[in-house]
Ligand binder design. Structure first.
Ligand code: GDP
Length: 430
């Protein structure tokens, strides 16, 4: 059976922790979309890690980790990440890189940076890791698959065609140095040797695993708001962040996904451009305090170190985020962070053009949305590390009950700290 672990919001919901925890009792963990442009923080017996491209099952010898065909594969970053975790004492993970995955090329990174430079103040706040150019090339059918590395003639042809197109853009749009296909070819041959031990037929592996009754986790990157179709376009990412895309990016049958564990934080955070609509944002000293107290080391990007924007829990966005994921259950993380507050606000409506709605609007209307708040009492105590849900203060449980009613999806896991077992299990009331 397949369980997906995906985000309801803007990313950074704590999916890494939940995946790491559930991987303990699973057989396979698959990354099915995105690339090394966001980080999953995991704290376990080996230390603290921010995984960018390796699946979060990488710390267990019994788990097979797969980089699925839907991922933007940056080989250099993958190899560096493998080295960094083994240098910290983690046994080399079992890893299969799908031969159908496409390569994130050095020119994708260049193009991403050039485009942000060209857009200047109108930029999207890209992490400049090449993700948008990568997916544009994939769908324009000029990408290069891992399997192409093992067919030199085909690789040369594809590379020449890609470089020809890129150079027109680099010369005339960006006024930057041109690419040389021969140099890139040599570089790709080096990559091929680095990746060779891991390349495999992930599609057959996954289907065989399902036949054998194995448990497979799909590990999503970012969250519903960042989906190019159903999110806050164009302030989205370039791959689908929804569990449903696992049927493509990890090649699991749609009918095999039985559980969609949708992760959301007890407050909101969002990285990206300042121009991105973020209705529940908390600014000034209050925002600074939440940012400082958030997550395990404050709300700063795991990949970029950028301060994340923070805000109150947004029930309008999260209800929608859970709905489009098809949430079967919700994991609420970082409840412990809010223990310092006398009162906690929740965004329970958006006011748009004088009307209040609880239905998440289209991107053009979202820009005009103003938050409507409901205020709840805080619990004013440290709940970090509590593992018995019933032992939580009444106001903390009341807060969770309220969020569940608002988002209309069953909250089953309530996380009380960043470590693997800092978790409570709740019987939903829906
Ligand atoms: P992901 O990309 O969805 O895996 O999320 P990130 O790792 O980018 O961000 C989540 C942050 O919250 C990390 O710093 C985690 O260590 C931290 N975290 C996860 N769950 C909890 C929790 O229950 N409490 C606290 N205080 N931190 C948590």
């Amino acid at each position: 059976m397949v369980k997906a672990i995906v985000g309801a919001n803007w990313g950074d919901e704590g999916k890494g922790k939940i995946t790491d925890m559930l991987a303990e009792t699973s057989d396979v963990v698959i990354r099915f979309q995105g690339g090394a442009n966001a980080g999953h923080t995991i704290i376990n017996d080996y230390g603290r890690f921010a995984l960018h491209i390796l699946p979060s099952g990488s710390f267990y010898p019994h788990v097979t980790n797969i980089i699925g065909n839907g991922v933007a594969l940056d080989i250099k970053k993958l190899v560096a990440e493998l080295k960094s975790i083994t240098d910290q004492g983690v046994p080399a993970p079992n890893l299969i890189v799908s031969e159908r995955a496409q390569l994130l090329m050095p020119y994708h990174v260049l193009q991403d940076g050039y485009e942000e430079e060209r857009l200047a103040g109108r930029a999207f706040g890209s992490t400049k890791s090449g993700i948008a150019p990568f997916y544009s090339d994939k769908y324009a059918k000029t990408g290069i698959q891992v399997c192409d590395l093992f067919d030199e003639e085909r690789l040369r042809q594809r590379l020449n065609a890609a470089v020809e197109r890129k150079n027109v853009m680099f010369k005339h749009l960006y006024h930057k140095p041109l690419l040389d296909a021969d140099t890139l070819f040599v570089e790709l041959m080096e990559y091929r040797e680095l990746i060779r031990p891991y390349v495999g037929d992930a599609v057959t592996f996954v289907h065989e695993a399902l036949k054998a009754g194995k448990t497979i986790l799909l590990e999503g990157q970012l969250g519903s708001m960042k989906d190019p179709d159903l999110g806050i376009f164009p302030m989205t990412t370039s791959s689908h962040t929804l569990a449903g895309f696992g049927t493509v990016g990890a090649c699991v049958p749609p009918t095999a996904i039985e559980d969609v564990i949708t992760v959301t934080k007890a407050y909101s955070s969002c990285v990206g451009s300042k121009t991105e609509p973020f209705v529940s944002e908390l600014l000034g000293a209050e925002g600074d305090e939440l940012r400082r107290r958030g997550g395990d080391k404050g709300e700063f990007g795991a990949t970029t170190g950028r301060p994340r924007r923070v805000g109150w829990f947004d029930a309008v966005a999260t209800k929608y985020g859970c709905m489009v994921q098809g949430a079967t259950q919700v994991a609420l993380t970082c409840l412990d962070v809010l223990g310092y507050l006398d009162e906690i606000k929740v965004v329970t409506g958006y006011e748009i053009d004088g009307e209040v709605t609880t239905i998440f609007p289209t991107p053009s209307r979202l820009e005009r949305a103003k938050p409507v708040f409901t205020t709840l009492k805080g619990w004013k105590s440290d709940i970090r590390g509590i593992t018995d849900y019933d032992a939580l203060p009444d106001n903390a449980k009341g807060y969770v009950d309220f969020l569940e009613q608002q988002i209309e999806a069953p909250i089953t896991l309530v996380s009380t700290g960043p470590k693997r077992h800092e978790m409570t299990y709740r019987t939903p009331k829906l």
